[in-house]
Design a protein. Sequence first.
Length: 186
Amino acid sequence: MVDWQHISLESYRKICHDSFEHQGSLSLVGQDKYLGKIVLSTNFGVGKVVGLDTLGGKGEYLVVESMDHNVKNFLPVAGENNFRLLLEEDDLIKRLDAIGEDTSALEFESKKDRINYFKNTSKTQKFDVIIELINQLILVEDRGALENQILDKLSDTIALEHSITKKLDLEQSKKFINDLIQGDNR
């Protein structure tokens, strides 16, 4: 009997490739694209995908080992918007260039609607959406405390990715990103 809870990718491929891939019965097929990749999540931080797991049939999960190797986290494969792969350095720099770009401010019926929009949309892990949210928040002249917290959280997640990708101290990256937001690095 196969222990599906802790099956290695190689064993999984040997046992399941033909029978499951063609039937589409197990969605872990194709999820090996994440193995060995560094992922970032606002829920757990940064880690490396070290395996795949079904947690006893409770669903499919990526097994993510924290950067300090002390903790393993399980991220649902179905929740891909709960994490993102770290960008390559060149791609990161190109995308960071979009911070502060000219953009039209979104219009909202009320400040409450605006806050709810930023609160709900800021849960994303999509890098380009995060940049767009930062740009929109820069344009808000009467930003309140919650919107400032959202802007700080978004800039922190970008700074974390910047520090890892560029191999810099996190504080250096925070300063760099904050300078971009302030328009000081242009």
